[in-house]
Design a protein around this ligand. Structure first.
Ligand code: SF4
Length: 329
């Protein structure tokens, strides 16, 4: 649990969302600020030092209530793919997280005006009049912070009342209990990122174990949620083949793979400028110093490595379930 300084924009000191979050924190010491960027965008911040003493910043979003997905984001067959940023940064600390290259600060920004995000989404839906896929947990892990503010619950309730809106909540959290007693709906996808325990031990500090993620997925499936499993990023670690095969076998031993809506597979890939910044901060992570190949602005493994990693996971899934719906990114 966070304690200590909480920066809060002075306009929202008494906002209900602010009060709700403050009530969940132990001994918060409030520091009023004018705008979240005054703290978040400070030049010369040391990302790793900030991460070690991560603070919460409560803010109000005044514009940019959603963004259109880029070419390297999966659109899952939707013509209109959007994401929003209800929070910036994450309580976990994955070595490969692009947020380290994207933001100059590691502090966690939570936007308390969730209603405005939903209102603006309604406007977007009215304008488009066509199905929209909206990824919520994009620059963060929302389910992991659901105990501070019920973003997921509020969005599930909102999406249940919309036609033309499918939402995705991507997570590594096992906090499925936080969603009870909400009724699953067809336009809500819970997407779990799953990694071999070897990857979690080395590269995904603070995240739940593979076993506990599989247990959470199992519960979600039993409760009737649409679940996507994301093997993404697949990492080229020593003995990767064995590690990913074992992971898929474990998953298949616990869960009927036909009950999984889809599997999305992608190897490590990254905007090259983000990677440069990350390499500067994360000299401790060999993962980021692989000899990558560059295509346009994106770096990733060489083609043969990519193919090998994707084939291993694909073949192991289809070994257990030929009809599995696999999306390769
Ligand atoms: S869980 Fe996702 S958002 Fe959070 S640190 Fe890991 S990669 Fe980044």
């Amino acid at each position: 649990m966070f304690s200590g300084l909480v920066y809060i924009e002075e306009d929202i000191l008494t906002h209900p969302g602010t009060l709700q979050i403050l009530s969940k924190l132990a001994n918060p010491q409030v520091v009023p600020i004018k705008h979240y960027k005054d703290v978040f965008n400070q030049a010369g911040s040391d990302w790793r030092l900030q991460k070690a003493a991560q603070k919460i910043i409560l803010a109000s979003r005044r514009s940019h209530f959603y963004y259109q997905g880029s070419d390297i984001t999966p659109a899952f067959g939707f013509k209109h793919f959007y994401y929003n940023t209800l929070a910036l940064n994450c309580v976990y600390d994955c070595d490969y997280c692009y947020l380290q290259g994207m933001f100059s600060s590691a502090h966690l920004v939570l936007f308390v005006n969730n209603d405005d995000f939903m209102e603006q989404t309604k406007v977007l839906l009215q304008q488009l009049q066509e199905p929209v896929y909206l990824a919520l947990s994009y620059d963060t892990d929302l389910l992991a912070i659901e105990h501070w503010y019920p973003y997921c619950k509020e969005w599930i309730a909102f999406a249940s009342e919309q036609t033309n809106l499918t939402i995705e909540i991507r997570t590594k959290s096992i906090n499925i209990k936080a969603l009870q007693p909400i009724k699953p709906a067809d336009n809500i996808i819970l997407a779990w990122t799953l990694s071999p325990q070897e990857v979690i031990n080395l590269h995904e500090p603070k995240t739940p174990s593979a076993q506990s993620r599989i247990a959470a997925i199992k519960k979600a499936v039993e409760q009737g949620w649409r679940v996507r499993i994301c093997f993404d990023p697949i990492l080229h670690i020593p003995n990767a083949e064995m590690a990913y095969m074992k992971l898929v076998d474990e998953l298949a031993s616990q869960i009927q793979l036909t009950s999984i809506d889809s599997f999305s597979l992608g190897v490590f890939r990254m905007n090259q400028d983000f990677l440069k910044r990350m390499q500067h901060q994360r000299k401790d992570s060999a993962l980021l110093f692989h000899v990558f190949e560059k295509t346009d602005d994106t770096v990733s493994y060489a083609k043969d490595i990519k193919k090998k990693l994707i084939d291993v996971v694909t073949n192991r899934i289809t070994h257990h379930e030929k009809r599995a719906h696999i999306v390769i990114l």
